[in-house]
Design a binder for this molecule. Sequence first.
Ligand code: FNR
Length: 365
Amino acid sequence: MSLDKLLTPVTVGHTTLKNRIWMAPLTRSRASQPGDVPSEMNARYYRQRASAGLIVSEATQISRQGQGYALTPGIYTDAQEAGWKQVVEQVHEAGGRIALQLWHVGRISHHLLQENGAAPVAPSAIQARNSTVFVIQPDGSPSTPQTDVPRALETAELPGIVADYVQAAKRAMRAGFDLVEVHAANGYLLNQFLDTAANQRSDEYGGSLENRARLVLEVVDAVVAEIGADKVGVRLSPNGVFGDMSPAGSADTALYVAKALGQRGIAYLHIAEPDWAGGQALDDDYRRALRKAFGGSLVFCGGYDADKAERLISSGIADAVAFGRPFIANPDLVERYRRGAALNQADPSTFYGGSDHGYTDYPSL
Ligand code: FNR
């Protein structure tokens, strides 16, 4: 099958991308310490993958409170901003484009990661079941405990969280990123607010669909006001159950949010499909409904290969497809797809943490 569509440029917002093969956001837990700062090794990894139409960076905490796993990078200190700047410079020098994924984990965290050992925060004081995080114990040993019982955020604290997203987006622009992606997927803070189970609030941020969607839309509006709608993408995960998200109402909630985001004219909407981490698979009828609701550039991710992605774009449902694990193992994924070449297989044992092994040493053709 020829890949005419995947290899055709596409414009999102004001950014023209050389192809429609995007690199999905992938947490790799290799920020330098102390301070969770992107390093020269991280820059090399991203540069190797600069032939992607767009790289979406690994999820990046917007504040200390927004961190849920040790060794993930942040974008709230000057050192982190400077670290990201060298990543962006490397990607741009290699002809790539890159978005920063803005992340607040909410309840998917642990007091060992929080300032003064505080409880993580969430819409409601409800612990995520069967959810673990990665921490470094005080004696230096790594471990993967259950997430803590979170503290419910006060209504008066929410403007501060919105402000943290804005600050992070400002820093991202200063570091040279082409776009930011607001992470509202995969069971983290903004997804917790959207969720019918994790969110049991009785203020204007809980209850009705409109109320549950309020925080993510406030975040998007504030970030748009700061950097422009043409530089903002959003990621959602309808039907996703990772992080103890409830399937109830999830697909309808995503349609509602997609419509509201379409009205705001953001650069793109990125759908993380549920099959990689459980949850009922999406079908084309639902994907089409998302397309109709949003109306702008739409990207899907999760279990795609080149042929399946080409078909989805040819059918008019998607504008681009993002690839996660294939990009971990194949820095030159675009060229391999172009040539129909065999792929390296990703090794899950080196996904998170560690050295350049399993990170920058996957071979190109
Ligand atoms: C992920 N995923 C993910 N999603 C996200 O929005 N932010 C992130 O930081 C991460 N981190 C992450 C790390 C690793 C090691 C994996 C495997 C996955 C989900 C990812 O973006 C994508 O949706 C899935 O990997 C499914 O796509 P593939 O791998 O089937 O192409």
